[in-house]
Design a binder for this molecule. Structure first.
Ligand code: GAF
Length: 387
C-alpha cells in the first residue's frame, strides 16, 4: 500500500470530520494456500496476506460515540452510541467495525469512541477475507489509540468474536489471524488450536513461479446457511467419534474412524475432508521447508478434489478454473476460502501465466459465465500502522 493511498484516506477523513486523523492503519486480505475449513476443527491452515488492504483513518473520542464512514459504500457517516451496540442488530457493513468495538468493550477494554473513515482494495464476496481485513484494521487502530497492548493473535480472537456473535457468521479464526499476523514473503503455518505460528518463506518469484488468484465473480457469504451446516456436521462427527475436535483424529486412524461412523455418509465425507486436509497442510509445510516448492502443486489439486467431492463446497466456476488451469500447464490449482463461489488459486511457472490466464478467461466466456478477474498474489505484509 502506497503512501499516496494513506494520504488520500487521511485527507478524506479531514473533509468528513473537520480535523486530521490521529493515524492511518492498513490490514490485508488473504489467500489460503492449503488447509480449508480446518480452522473450526482446531486444525492447520496456511494462508498468506495479499497486497490488497483495508485502510482506516481513525481518531479516538471520549464521549461514547462511534462514527463510521466508508469510501466503498454509498451513504454518509453512520453515528452509533457505544452503549446501544447489540449483537445481530446491524445488517450493514457497519456491523464489522462496530462489532470489533463491541467485542473490545465486552472483553473489558476501555474504548470510549472513535471517528473512522475506511477505504478497501480487498474485493468483497470474493473469498479473500475483506471482512476480516475490515475488522483487523479497526482492532489494530483502537489497540494503538487506546494503548490496549494486545498482540496480533489476541486482536484476531476479538475480531473472530465480533464476527461470530455481533455479525452472526460462524467463521473460524484463520482469516483474522492471517490479516493480523502474516509477514511479507512468507506463508503462515498456523495451528488454530493454540494459535502457535511459524512463518514459512514463500517467494515464488525467486524460483520462477507465480501464484494467480482467479476471482470467479460468484459472490458468497458466510452468514448464509451452508457454511454453518458444514461446521455443524464436523462437530457432529467429532461428537460421534468421542473427540474434542476432528483435529484429534490422526490421519493413520482415518479408516477406523470412518468405519465407526457407520452409514452416515454425509458426516463420513466431512470427516474425511478434515482429516486428509490437515495431513495435506503438513505435507505442504514439509515440501516448502525442504525446498521442493513445485511438488506442492499436486497436493493443492488433491485439496480441491476433497473440497469438491467430500466437503461439497465448490461450484462450476471454481471447477472450470481448476480444470482449465491444469489442462493449460499449471503446477497446481484449488479453490481457496469458504467456497460456494469466490476465488481459486493457480500455481504456475512464470512462462505459463499468460497462456493459463487466456485459457481460463476463454473457458468462462464459452461457458457463458461472467468474466473472471485474474491477478498475481505476492505474499505481503500483515496489519500495520502506515501513518
Ligand atoms: C472462511 C472462514 F471465515 C474461515 O474461518 C475458514 O473457515 C474458511 O472460510 C475456510 O477455510 O474464510
Amino acid at each position: 500500500m502506497s503512501e499516496a493511498v494513506a494520504e488520500k484516506v487521511a485527507e478524506r477523513f479531514a473533509e468528513l470530520y473537520g480535523a486530521e486523523p490521529r493515524g492511518v492503519w492498513a490490514a490485508p486480505g488473504r489467500v489460503n494456500l492449503i488447509g480449508e475449513h480446518t480452522d473450526y476443527n482446531d486444525g492447520f491452515v496456511m494462508p498468506f496476506a495479499l497486497p490488497h488492504t483495508a485502510v482506516a483513518a481513525v481518531s479516538p473520542r471520549e464521549d461514547g460515540v462511534l462514527r463510521l464512514h466508508s469510501e466503498d459504500v454509498e451513504g454518509g457517516v453512520t453515528e452509533l452510541r457505544l452503549d446501544d451496540l447489540a449483537p445481530e442488530s446491524d445488517k450493514n457493513w457497519t456491523a464489522y467495525p462496530a462489532g470489533v468495538v463491541w467485542a473490545l468493550r465486552e472483553a473489558g477494554h476501555a474504548v470510549t469512541g472513535a471517528d473512522v473513515h475506511l477505504a478497501s482494495t480487498v474485493p468483497s464476496g470474493a473469498g479473500l477475507s475483506s471482512s476480516a481485513a475490515l475488522e483487523v484494521v479497526i482492532a489494530l487502530a483502537l489497540n494503538d489509540l487506546f494503548a490496549l497492548g494486545l498482540r496480533g493473535w489476541q486482536l484476531a480472537r476479538l475480531c473472530q468474536r465480533a464476527e461470530n456473535v455481533y455479525v452472526g457468521a460462524p467463521v473460524g479464526i484463520m482469516d483474522q489471524t492471517a490479516s493480523a499476523c502474516c509477514e511479507a514473503g512468507h506463508a503462515l503455518f498456523l495451528d488454530t488450536r493454540d494459535l502457535s505460528q511459524k512463518q514459512i518463506p514463500f517467494d515464488l518469484a525467486a524460483e520462477g513461479m507465480r501464484l494467480l488468484v482467479v476471482d470467479t465473480q460468484v459472490k458468497h457469504s458466510h452468514s448464509e446457511g451452508e457454511y454453518g451446516k458444514r461446521r455443524a456436521g464436523c462437530e457432529k462427527g467429532a461428537a460421534l467419534l468421542g473427540v474434542d475436535a476432528l483435529r484429534d483424529v490422526p490421519y493413520a486412524d482415518l479408516d477406523a474412524a470412518l468405519a465407526r461412523l457407520g452409514d452416515d455418509e454425509e458426516v463420513r465425507r466431512l470427516v474425511r475432508h478434515i482429516v486428509t486436509e490437515n495431513e495435506r497442510v503438513e505435507r505442504v509445510v514439509a515440501l516448502l521447508e525442504s525446498g521442493r516448492t513445485r511438488a506442492i502443486g499436486p497436493v493443492l489439486v488433491e485439496g480441491h478434489a476433497s473440497l469438491r467431492d467430500d466437503f461439497r463446497i465448490s461450484c462450476p466456476e471454481l471447477d472450470l478454473t481448476v480444470d482449465t488451469a491444469l489442462a493449460s500447464g499449471a503446477l497446481g490449482a484449488r479453490m481457496t476460502g469458504g467456497g460456494f463461489g469466490g476465488s481459486a488459486i493457480v500455481l504456475a511457472e512464470e512462462a505459463d501465466v499468460d497462456a493459463i490466464t487466456k485459457a481460463v478467461t476463454e473457458a468462462f466466456a464459452a461457458a457463458g459465465f461472467t468474466a473472471p478477474r485474474v491477478f498475481e498474489a505476492v505474499p505481503s505484509a500483515g496489519a500495520r500502522r502506515v501513518r
